[in-house]
Write a protein that binds this ligand. Structure first.
Ligand code: HEM
Length: 200
């Protein structure tokens, strides 16, 4: 079908993220969700020092170290590839807040797995990684009980709650803009977008 010469020009497409950025974003989001669930289950539901708790902790540690490696790939990839500019429909403060939230998410993605690695290093026991062994951070293998306790508080309370708050802001922003005329979700989740039959 040919377009009417009187029809308004089509809106320019909003530039999206590259497939690699999309893949890394959703793999990391899924790994973080799994880690939050496992961490809560082993700390709050399973009895302390039970075999089930130790088994889940092995998985949590291996998955956390995997997450750390995937985050390293994401950070390197991000340094080499500029993301698309935020849509022009966002006001100045909204753009500033989006940049601050993205920066905080990157910082937490890096620091949370590192704090977990520091915690298991501090216990002075061998660290397992999917059945293989993983090195401890040198200099951290003789921490005192109060030091370990403090590190655990930072890992399971301070950083995780910071992530939950920043993540909530992030998701709220994504959905707000999706429905106020700036469909940012299609930039990061193009697979959710239904094809427009009029564009065939
Ligand atoms: C339900 C969960 C999530 C949704 C719906 C979501 C949605 C989005 C969307 C729509 C964007 C693109 C914003 C734009 O157009 O500029 C984005 C970017 C981003 N997301 Fe998420 N996200 C989620 C989870 C996460 C998680 C768990 C993290 C990390 C902890 C994360 C970190 C980021 C970062 C850092 C960016 C910016 C990427 C860049 O520009 O380099 N997201 N997200």
């Amino acid at each position: 079908m040919t377009a009417s010469p009187w029809a308004p020009p089509p809106a320019p497409p909003i530039p999206g993220y590259k497939p690699m950025a999309v893949a890394l974003h959703w793999v990391i989001a899924a790994l973080i969700a799994a880690q939050l669930g496992l961490g809560w289950y082993m700390n709050e539901v399973l009895p302390d020092h039970s075999p089930a708790q130790e088994q889940i902790e092995h998985i949590h540690i291996s998955l956390g170290l995997t997450l750390m490696l995937v985050v390293a790939v994401r950070v390197l990839w991000r340094l080499a590839n500029r993301p698309p500019a935020l849509p022009d429909g966002l006001s100045r403060w909204e753009k500033t807040l989006a940049h601050l939230v993205h920066g905080a998410l990157y910082a937490l993605m890096v620091v949370i797995p590192l704090s977990g690695w520091a915690l298991v290093s501090g216990r002075g026991r061998p660290i397992g990684f999917w059945g293989a062994s993983w090195p401890a951070i040198s200099g951290l293998n003789a921490l005192s009980r109060p030091e370990l306790h403090q590190l655990k508080h930072i890992h399971v309370f301070v950083l995780i709650w910071a992530l939950v708050v920043v993540w909530a802001l992030h998701v709220a922003g994504a959905f707000k803009h999706q429905f106020d005329g700036n469909p940012v979700l299609w930039r990061m989740a193009p697979f959710l977008k239904r094809r427009d039959p009029k564009s065939d």
